[in-house]
Each structure stands twice: as structure tokens, then as C-alpha cells.
Write a protein that binds this ligand. Structure first.
Ligand code: TXA
Ligand code: MG
Length: 323
């Protein structure tokens, strides 16, 4: 509890008790997952869900992911299918979110999925959140713990910075292992990836033995996380730049750029997993250092690099350039 709001806690018996107590009282709290930190509340409680939307300033039409301990519990709320089982067996618990049809008997609050007939479900792998989920008799609605359109948090301080004293508990678990959000896959009709993540399209296709689509931004919005502007550090960002420019921040991949105070290395080893883990931390750092512009090196568009490029593209979408 060293931060100024005294709301960051190590995970132990005492804090677990507090977490359960607050969640049962419809409070929302910050929790670690293997992807990014989340803002968690009881998915069966309108009061909790409203608080999440309010704190995040999230538009009501952008639905939340519901997090479960196991399949047995999730089966109360959604209809499963054979594709789901194949993926679940291989990747869950882990960084993948499935869109499935909601059961009429489900107690999930309708606001969670913005009145859609589907629900996004995920089984996080982080052992601490699994211990919490196991003890609860409701699942957790949990978006990334940042203000809408902003940068996702990858440690407990990031969460505290986002919500200050407005949340009472944040469970600390160091840096998020993966660093970018889960892959979102729609399994309701034509299977399609709505948001790329560390579990790649290639791996999913191999598992299902089937070609799948990736939904691009333009047409009808299927996943509002696909809204053009997102994950944004709030300053203009220019992608695929070969060399740094004076007075602007430069995000480098590999170590082929000379060290300087405006250079931010995603991964000196040119490792895409390391780059994903560092991406949002670097966004935050650059923003804090008050740069006016960010240039970004070209990132290989393969494996988790596809997800990195997706986040960069959203972050670079800048209405303010047009103003
Ligand atoms: O890794 C993650 O998924 C993190 C951690 C905390 O679990 N959570 C996360 O939640 O990224 P959020 O709210 O930041 O992003 C959820 C994404 C959004 O793009 C949302 O539009 C989409 O999932 N989504 C949720 N429910 C949906 C539904 N029923 N149909 C289509 N898209 C949905
Ligand atoms: Mg988010």
C-alpha cells in the first residue's frame, strides 16, 4: 500500500477477503490478468455494471467481457458449440475471448452485453484472479482498467493512475505477462476474429482445421473495440517510420537505432512477445514525458506482431490532426 491513494494491495489472505467482500457489495476493483489489468464487478449486478461503465466513461453500446472460473459455470449463461470446445480445450484458461449466444435463463445483466443476444466470455489464466473467481458465486464483468479510448494498464500503478481514489482496491501482480488484450473470436455464426491477440489466427485455424476471417474496421461495427480510435496515448502517432526525427518520440524495434533520450525500444532483441509486453508501458512513458508526436518503426506483421500492429493502427487514428 505504498501509493498515495493506499489502494494497491499485495495478494494474500487478507486482501482476498477484502476483494470478495467488496465484489459482493457491488463495488468495482482492479485485478490482474495475464493480458492487461481489468476493472472488475459482479456481472449479475446492474449496480456493479453501471459503475464500470461510469468509471471508464465507456459508451453504453460497447459490451464487456464476462470472466469465469470454469466451463461448468459459464454453461449457465451461454450456448456452447463444437468449435468452442476445440478452442477451449486448447487455449483456456488463457488469453482468448469467445462470443457465444446468451441463454434466456442467464442472470448476466443486459447492460453487460449492451442488450445484444450474445456474450463475450473468457477464462483468465492468472492464478490470482482464478483464486478470486473460484470463491465467488457470480462471474466478473471486466474491461481493461483504463478510461475509454485510453491506454490499457499493465501494472497496478497504471490502474491507480487511471482511476485515482475512485477505486478502493487494486490487486498487485507485477507486470502483465502478455501486455496486450485477449484475442476476441465470434463463434455465433461465421467464425471470425474481432480483435487479434497473442493467440493468432494461424494457430486458431490449425486447431479448428478451418479457414477463418478477420473482421476489418470499416463495415458494420461488430465489436465496438474495433472503434477506430482506441488504445490512444492522445498525441499524433505516425507508423512505419524508418528513422527517428528530432524532438519527437521514436518507438524502435530491434537495436538498429542509436540510443538517445527520445528513443523507446520495444525490444532490443527484436522479439515480438517482448515488444507486446512493453507496448503500453512505452505509450504511457512517452505521454508522461510530454512529447507532441510519436514516430514508430515498422513492426513485422506476423504472430503477435499482427496484434501489435492492430493496436498501433488504432492508437494512430487521430481526429485531432483534422481539427
Ligand atoms: O484481455 C482482455 O480481454 C482484457 C482483460 C481485462 O480480460 N479485457 C478487455 O476488455 O480487453 P475490453 O472491454 O477492454 O474489451 C472487450 C472487447 C471490446 O472490443 C468489446 O467491444 C468486445 O470485447 N465485446 C464484448 N462483448 C462483445 C459481444 N457480445 N459481441 C462483440 N464484441 C464484444
Ligand atoms: Mg479496453
Amino acid at each position: 500500500m505504498k501509493n498515495i491513494y493506499s489502494n494497491i494491495f499485495k495478494f494474500n489472505k487478507n486482501s482476498l477477503f477484502k476483494v470478495i467482500y467488496h465484489l459482493k457489495k457491488d463495488e468495482v476493483i482492479g485485478l490482474p490478468t495475464e493480458t492487461v489489468y481489468g476493472l472488475a464487478g459482479n456481472a449479475y449486478s446492474k449496480k456493479s455494471v453501471r459503475k464500470i461503465f461510469f468509471l471508464k466513461k465507456r459508451p453504453k453500446f460497447n459490451p464487456l467481457i464476462v470472466h469465469y472460473y470454469n466451463l461448468d459455470r459459464a454453461s449457465k449463461d451461454v450456448f456452447t458449440n463444437k468449435y468452442f470446445f476445440k478452442l477451449y480445450k486448447k487455449f483456456s484458461p488463457g488469453p482468448i475471448t469467445y462470443i457465444l449466444k446468451k441463454k434466456n435463463s442467464s442472470k448476466i445483466d443486459s447492460l453487460v452485453s449492451s442488450n445484444l443476444k450474445t456474450i463475450a466470455i473468457r477464462f483468465p489464466a492468472n492464478p490470482k484472479i482464478r483464486k478470486i473467481l473460484k470463491k465467488l458465486n457470480f462471474p466478473l464483468a471486466m474491461p481493461s482498467a483504463n478510461k475509454s479510448e485510453g491506454i490499457s494498464p499493465v501494472d497496478s500503478n497504471d490502474v491507480s493512475e487511471e482511476f485515482k481514489k475512485n477505486i478502493k482496491i487494486i490487486i498487485d501482480d507485477g507486470r502483465s505477462n502478455i501486455g496486450i488484450e485477449s484475442t476476441v473470436i465470434d463463434l455465433t455464426s461465421n467464425i471470425s476474429i474481432l480483435r487479434p491477440g497473442s493467440i493468432s489466427k494461424k494457430l486458431i485455424e490449425k486447431t479448428l482445421n478451418k479457414k477463418i476471417k478477420v473482421i476489418k474496421n470499416n463495415k458494420k461495427i461488430k465489436s465496438p473495440g474495433m472503434l477506430k480510435k482506441h488504445y490512444s496515448p492522445g498525441i499524433p502517432m505516425i507508423l512505419n517510420t524508418p528513422r527517428p526525427k528530432k524532438n519527437s518520440a521514436f518507438i524502435a524495434f530491434g537495436k538498429n537505432v542509436k540510443k538517445n533520450k527520445n528513443i523507446f525500444y520495444l525490444s532490443k532483441k527484436a522479439n515480438l512477445y517482448e515488444a507486446a509486453k512493453n507496448l503500453y508501458k512505452i505509450f504511457r512513458k512517452i505521454k508522461k514525458e510530454k512529447y507532441k508526436k510519436i514516430y514508430v518503426a515498422k513492426i513485422p506483421n506476423k504472430g503477435i506482431g499482427i496484434a501489435i500492429n492492430d493496436r498501433l493502427k488504432h492508437a494512430a487514428y487521430n481526429k485531432w490532426n483534422l481539427k
